[in-house]
Ligand binder design. Structure first.
Ligand code: SF4
Length: 490
């Protein structure tokens, strides 16, 4: 049976008035005034019965989970242990000095009982309040994804054939349903078919990059941030091996639903610059201010690039610098590309062969089946406005992630299974939006904290490399050469 908390019963027995003890400009006062948590009672009423023990008020539980991230407390056990010592927390929850704090275990039970909808609603409410407060423009958005370490060690990963792994996953799902009385996670790993973490089967093994250490169980957080003030307008959580570009359309749909505004331009890094993304955005009327893909030139440097060849649309051939026609020869279904190939006998006699190709079979050019749409999209991506947006993205998007990581324990999953990680992401996004909402309206909450020393060091090093690239100063360090070449080319 759902309980309802009636306020501070023992407030005056000690002659202590929490209302007077908590300072007027305390950030939690602003949060309390700004966010109405009482919607939780109606939202989860259907998950409680009519008889039986009276539960802890859902509003109190939701506020406790909000506090867990807002105050960046290490664990729920620690939060409840510290609760009687913190007058501001007691005031925020509406508890009296003498009242017994709920047991920490009721929080995990509440999550299992409620599911994720309540937390999503809390996040969406914060977005709508930001829209009403004029903090969201909605027309220009920034996208990015970040890996989250699952609450499972690498030692928990076992390797076996795909069939055995599927059986282990099924067994863990059944066991969890028995213990937690929860629905099974809908997440199924597409890859990692021969690996599974016995601690968190939803988290596939993923590394952060080719030079970033070994793979370990991870999730991925995908986020959309509005350009005006950095309000988070859409959040998606997936297994760590899900590609970022695949989440562009779901994030855009969520942004439209949450803000009620149409997107005119989407800004993202090179990772999002797939042909499908460019074409989908153009089809939706969104300008793709994505970092342009690598120029579709020849693999070897110093040779003619694709731009040196003219495409004759009527004849469906490429014309090379000496007038030779490259005809369509090979079709790649998976890559959705066609190879246009020159006559190898003509290329063998060509005076420009040394500048065109090193292949014995003659020069070839790859053309995507949606090349015409792609050229339109790339023209948008190369506009000065798009370049300025990508520079702004560096501090807006990365700042949003840095804020979450430094202040709210974002990079590490507190709980296991994908649906719980989604709850963590909704709560952190809600807390960040509330910080902006309060900061934007003059409260004492810091919306943009100082970046960590590591971030500051990286930014300084990158700025130094950029200056060296602008001055065209040659570099000797092999670890620097790739970045240097990219900056010089840009
Ligand atoms: S090598 Fe072949 S494709 Fe290249 S310029 Fe000469 S004839 Fe044309």
């Amino acid at each position: 049976m759902m309980g309802q908390h009636d306020g501070q019963k023992a407030l005056f027995s000690y002659g202590v008035d929490l209302e007077r003890r908590v300072r007027a400009d305390h950030p939690l006062r602003r949060v309390n005034a700004m966010i109405d948590f009482t919607f939780a009672r109606a939202a989860v009423a259907h998950t409680y019965g009519e008889n039986g023990n009276v539960s802890v008020d859902p509003v109190v539980l939701l506020k406790l989970m909000f506090l867990l991230f807002h105050e960046n407390v290490r664990s729920e056990r620690e939060l409840v242990r510290r609760l009687p010592e913190r007058l501001d927390w007691l005031w925020f929850l509406g508890y009296g000095l003498d009242e017994e704090a709920p047991n920490h275990s009721v929080l995990s039970k509440a999550r299992a009982r409620w599911g994720g909808e309540l937390f999503e609603e809390l996040f969406v409410r914060t977005v709508r309040q930001c829209v009403e407060a004029g903090l969201v423009d909605g027309a220009k958005v920034h996208l990015d994804g970040s890996l989250i370490d699952a609450d499972a060690s690498r030692d928990s990963v076992v390797k076996a054939d795909a069939e055995t792994i599927a059986r282990i996953r099924a067994a863990y799902g059944a066991q969890e349903r028995k213990l937690d009385e929860t629905k099974p996670s809908s997440a199924r790993c597409e890859t990692n078919l021969k690996l599974v973490s016995t601690t968190d089967p939803d988290a596939p093994c993923v590394s952060k990059g080719p030079q970033s250490g070994t793979a370990r169980p991870r999730y991925k957080h995908h986020r959309m941030v509005d350009d005006k003030k950095g309000v988070i307008t859409a959040v998606v959580t997936t297994a760590g091996d899900v590609a970022e570009p695949a989440q562009t359309t779901p994030l855009l749909a969520q942004h439209r639903a949450n803000t009620g505004k149409e997107v005119m331009a989407a800004v993202a890094d090179r990772g999002y610059g797939t042909v499908e993304n460019y074409c989908d955005l153009i089809a939706q009327g969104v300008r793709p201010h994505l970092s342009p893909m690598q120029p579709a030139g020849h693999k070897s440097e110093g040779l003619f690039t694709k731009e040196d060849f003219h495409y004759d649309e009527a004849a469906d051939v490429y014309i090379c610098p000496v007038g030779q026609r490259l005809k369509p020869r090979r079709f790649h279904q998976r890559r959705q590309m066609t190879d246009y190939v020159a006559d190898k006998k003509v290329c063998a006699q060509c005076p420009l062969r040394g500048e065109c190709t090193k292949s014995k079979t003659g020069r070839s050019i790859a053309r995507h089946w949606k090349e015409a749409e792609l050229e339109v999209a790339l023209a948008f991506a190369r506009l000065p406005e798009a370049q300025a947006d990508r520079r702004r993205r560096r501090h807006l998007m990365e700042g949003s992630f840095a804020h979450a990581a430094n202040r709210y324990h974002f990079k590490r999953a507190r709980w296991r299974r994908l649906w719980r990680q989604q709850i963590q992401d909704w709560l952190i996004a809600a807390v960040q939006n509330v910080a902006l909402l309060c900061g934007g309206l003059g409260a004492g909450v810091t919306a943009k904290p100082r970046p960590s020393p590591k971030v500051r060091r990286s930014a300084a090093l990158f700025a130094f490399r950029r200056v060296m690239a602008d001055l065209r100063v040659p570099v000797l360090a092999p670890w620097w050469r790739g970045t240097h070449r990219a900056l010089v080319a840009a």
